[in-house]
Design a protein around this ligand. Sequence first.
Ligand SMILES: [Cu+2]
Length: 346
Amino acid sequence: MRFSRILELGCILAGLFSGAAARPQDELVTENSSACKNPPKRVEWRQLSTTQRKQYLDAVLCLTKKNATSGITGAVNRFDDHQAVHSSQTPSIHWVGHFILWHRYFVATYEKALRTECGYTGGQPYWDWSLDAQPANLSSTKAYSTAIFDPTTGFGGNGDYMQPSVEQNPLNITGNTGGGCVKTGPFIPSAFTVNYPTPDCLRRDFIPWIINSFADPKLVANVLAQKDYTSFARAIENVPSFDQPNIHGSGHFGIGGVLGTIGSAAESPGDPLFYLHHANLDRILWTWQQKDLQTRLNQVGGPITPFDYSGKNVTLDFQINMGRLAGNATLKNLLNTTGGTLCYTY
Ligand SMILES: [Cu+2]
């Protein structure tokens, strides 16, 4: 599986950033919601007007025109910065208790960059893929004709078909339909480059059976029905196997397939759709929290080390970092989306 192949490289890089210093203000801001005024509201892509969609896409392209500040080799611009930070920490932020909260902070950091550096005034939109999945017809391509892939008002569509080599497809994932460069929309090769880790075009490789089964509304309902944080966090990721669907994999492999950018752990945030996919996972966490806020603003769990479900668990004081992109944060400070460290709502 491409995700685990890249874990090894990520292991080496992750160590570089563990010592990043916290910014002083993050030590002071705890759950002081007075620090969060007028939180931007995140909405589903389809709820945006055509003008708002263009504003969002323009803001993403704006980030690609600003010089990188992450200090990570290979990151050329501010868009790359985010991708590179995710990639550098890949071995320690998946199949762990802090998976969903690390990604919550990551998407919020990106949202903040769009707003403060590129003049975007809305919240980070999300893509609710469960509205598009056709679980009763796994070969349906209906999900790919949804607004988000629109060639003029959306993110563009699939790449041309390429047959993966055996090395490129160690898990023998079936049904890939693309793999080439994205040919429509704002992120075509003449306008957009995935610089990190090595320059390439943005690639997509749609796999209908994956989007239709992994984004099944029944799986979302199952995640939302979990009784505590540990089981919730585990249900979102499930196991890294294509025999067992998991909602986290829906956007990654339904869109990225075998050869696409968003299907690779090192490169996945190189597809701007990553942030709409992960914002939806975050919305699912937020929705789950709303069912019992008192408890769920104060509860974390799950392993520190990937897959180590009988080992040491994360606690509220567990600290994560965004490299140079944002201050360090404890998990406690990431449970409330309007708590001060974070400031957005759904
Ligand atoms: Cu990730």
